[in-house]
Design a protein. Structure first.
Length: 350
């Protein structure tokens, strides 16, 4: 992990933990973390206790729930090592039988899952425990339940469930109908792919932007010479230019510009808004533009093997870019980025 990336992850977690009702939210609570996005969908993930990480195989328990009165509840168990039996709570068999997992992307699959009422029953069973053990082919793996109650309480608070029949911890007599509805996700811009630029046109625009914006990108260059560059049509009159100005061990830095096709020397910095809770995080790490969708993506690793970091995605809206998705995992649990907690989401226009 680079020192700057680690600092960013620590700052993100620290800045959001003090404002529980504000979303997006990301908070570390003992051996658990909680993340809630702009629609108040929340995910809690467990880690092993620090002393166990040094000596035993580990795995992670995930609790995720949609906001709103009917918010769907899901519990998943992710393990790098292949399971050889059902988990044990402080050495004893669970009362709730888990089902085979369905999320299989990446090297750390979901080996078990449970939903709805069964998930709620499992949470009730677990919340007074200390450790959940998983028999695996590599021996007994462990995850900590220290911080689980605080994590679930925060989820309930963010979703307005405290004192209602839907709460995971502090249930009350208030009906499910008293739970606030989930906020609607903002609509993502509609993308209509323009005619791609020819190789000659792409090179003309790229060279003009490199020359015109030299004073801007040159200060970020790691080595002498010209930056690597790519050019993409955003519309019939504008292009996106992505310049790679240097790379560290596994993350790269970029400068991005929007340029008129009929006057690329008049290029300007690309209009890319900060995603809430991701302040001061411009596109970095690995930056790509997809001409088929109009999406600009940023994937930043916090360790070389992956398993933690943050992703951001924007879409061109005719003038600049609009935030459509973001996720983060600040604790290196080894999970594929597809399963990192979402902190910002949008909806497609129908």
């Amino acid at each position: 992990m680079t020192r700057s990336t680690l600092a960013l992850l620590v700052a993100l977690a620290a800045s959001s933990a003090s404002a529980a009702e504000q979303v997006p939210l990301y908070s570390n609570l003992k051996d658990w973390l909680v993340a809630c996005d702009n629609t108040r969908h929340c995910t809690a993930l467990s880690n092993a206790a620090e002393e166990d990480v040094q000596t035993l195989p580990t795995w992670s328990l995930s609790v995720s729930r949609d906001a709103g009165p009917e918010g769907a509840l899901h519990v998943g168990l992710f393990s790098y090592n292949k399971s050889s039996g059902q988990p044990l709570l402080d050495g004893k068999p669970l009362k709730v039988a888990l089902q085979p997992g369905k999320l299989t992307e990446g090297s750390v699959p979901e080996v078990y899952r449970v939903d709805g009422a069964d998930a709620e029953a499992l949470i009730t069973e677990l919340r007074n425990g200390q450790r959940l053990l998983l028999p695996t082919e590599e021996g007994e793996a462990v995850t900590s339940l220290n911080g689980m109650s605080a994590a679930l309480l925060l989820m309930d608070s963010v979703q307005g469930r405290l004192g209602t029949t839907t709460a995971l911890l502090r249930k009350g007599s208030n009906p499910a109908g008293s739970v606030p509805p989930a906020p609607a996700a903002p609509l993502a811009p509609t993308w209509k792919a323009p005619k791609p630029l020819s190789e000659v046109e792409s090179k003309r625009v790229l060279n003009a932007v490199i020359t015109a914006m030299r004073s801007d990108w040159e200060k970020d260059m790691v080595e002498d010479g010209l930056p690597e560059g790519q050019t993409f049509a955003l519309s019939d009159h504008e292009a996106l230019v992505i310049l790679k100005t240097g790379c560290g061990a596994y993350n790269c830095n970029y400068s991005l510009y929007q340029a008129p096709l009929d006057g690329p020397q008049q290029a300007r910095k690309a209009s890319i808004p900060e995603i809430p809770i991701f302040e001061d995080l411009p596109p970095s790490g690995s930056v790509e533009f997809d001409p088929a969708t109009g999406d600009l993506s940023s994937f930043t690793l916090a360790m070389g093997m992956g398993g933690c970091g943050f992703t951001q995605r924007w879409r061109y809206d005719g003038k600049g870019f609009t935030a459509i998705h973001a996720s983060m995992l600040g604790t290196c649990l080894g999970l594929d980025s597809a399963y990192w907690p979402v902190l910002w989401r949008s909806a497609e226009k129908r």
